[in-house]
Design a protein around this ligand. Structure first.
Ligand SMILES: *Cc1c(COP(=O)(O)O)cnc(C)c1O
Length: 398
């Protein structure tokens, strides 16, 4: 008889054979402008550490102090055994930062979408009536999973296309109980920005709820306050999702909005009802990171300067950088095998940057994705660009 776990052996062997198997590199140092990866010191153009806060002394000090004051864990689910005052303080801090009435802190950005979407839309158990989600074609996996979990009908509209959103709303909304429009703020594969003002206008005009996931916009757009501030739409979106794991450098997710919406989600979100809160160290570090971003607008400026400099350097080599509008710089190579070979050679010469291919990005649009940060100096970037040039010549890209 075949072993019941043979399907796993077969799948892993197939993934190895087709070079889909994910080999995870081991970091031997904290995330920074430079990092020790698999025992080798490399220029880090790979992590989402936009403002260089992941290893910041002030933020580490806040975490250490919280361990001394509050211990290492929350010891229970908040709705069952109460919530530490620290978590409430952090939520107030996050709401103020986002200029909204209230915020709910959850375990991660991924978790925030699982938490927020099912309470908003789904299927009425008694009547069987279904709701509808209008979702950008390129939304993040955590939005897609949260949408699926809700049981609502998912209607995909074309990427960043407010006219298509409107057409889809007009076609489908009448067949459902209520609707939710959801979009990434910054799309992390291309670095492009959702036309939030247009999407908002369409959704609001049709009475559809609005939700934006700003994971790659916080600390980057709107002087660091994120995409909603960038468009001057503070307090307008029904739900703003955020993560503390990217520009803020820590861990955690946030669901922000009006007191009504946040109170409602707090009552219903399963990750809040059935999973313990963030640790005191994380929570205090998150607050310290938000303080730091507010007090240091020059970090956001440096991030953008670095990004512009790096992007111009790649373009000067005659390599396409796609249609990025943010510090994410896709170095477009086209062919997956080429992108993987490029990434491997970069690493050999001392640059850590990730190759992305199908199905993460469309077929024929493979690339090296460079994540710029404020942690890099001009000299770091010059070294990085010289290595990109060397690899591009060796592989016949230029
Ligand atoms: C990275 C990302 C997340 C996940 O955030 P974590 O805090 O790492 O779980 C969620 N949504 C979007 C759009 C992201 O880019």
């Amino acid at each position: 008889m075949a072993d019941k776990l043979d399907f796993m052996r077969e799948e892993l062997a197939a993934a190895q054979a087709e070079k889909r198997y994910i080999n995870i590199r081991t970091m031997d140092s904290p995330a920074g402008g430079w990092m020790v990866v698999d025992g080798k010191k490399v220029l880090n153009l790979c992590t989402n550490n936009y403002l260089g806060l992941a290893n910041h002394p002030e933020i580490k000090a806040a975490a250490k102090q919280a361990v001394d004051e509050w211990g290492v864990g929350p010891a229970a689910v908040r709705t069952i055994a109460g919530t530490q005052r620290l978590h409430i303080a952090c939520e107030g801090r996050l709401a103020a930062f986002k200029r909204v009435e209230a915020a709910l802190l959850v375990q991660s950005g991924f978790c925030a979408n699982q938490a927020a979407i099912p309470p908003l839309v789904g299927r009425d158990r008694a009547t069987g009536q279904q709701d509808v989600i209008f979702s950008d074609r390129l939304n993040h996996a955590s939005i897609i999973d949260g949408a699926r979990l809700s049981g609502a009908k998912i209607i995909v509209y074309e990427h960043c296309d407010a006219a298509d959103l409107e057409a889809k709303i007009e076609e489908h909304l009448p067949n459902y109980r209520r609707g939710l429009m959801v979009t990434d703020g910054v799309f992390s594969m291309d670095g492009d920005v959702a036309p939030l003002d247009e999407l908002y206008e369409v959704a609001a005009r049709h009475g559809v709820m609005t939700m934006v996931d700003d994971a790659h916009g916080e600390g980057v757009l709107g002087q660091g306050r994120g995409i909603v501030a960038h468009f001057g739409l503070e307090g307008q979106f029904d739900v703003e999702i955020g993560t503390l794991s990217k520009a803020f450098g820590v861990m955690g997710g946030v669901i922000a909005g009006s007191s009504l919406v946040v109170d409602y989600i707090r009552q219903k979100a399963r990750p809040n009802l059935f999973s313990s809160a963030l640790t005191p160290a994380d929570t205090a570090a998150c607050m310290a990171a938000v303080d730091h971003v507010e007090r240091h607008p020059e970090l956001v400026e440096k991030l953008w300067e670095n990004a512009e400099y790096f992007k111009a350097g790649i373009q000067a080599l005659g390599i396409d950088t796609g249609h990025t509008e943010t510090p994410i710089v896709p170095v477009m190579l086209g062919n997956v095998k080429l992108a993987k070979a490029f990434s491997a050679k970069l690493f050999e010469y001392g640059v850590f940057a990730m190759a992305l291919g199908f199905p993460t990005v469309p077929e024929g649009a493979a690339r090296i994705r460079v994540m710029n940060t404020a942690a890099h100096t001009r000299d770091d970037l010059d070294q990085g660009l010289a290595i990109f040039e060397r690899v591009a010549r060796e592989l016949g890209v230029i």
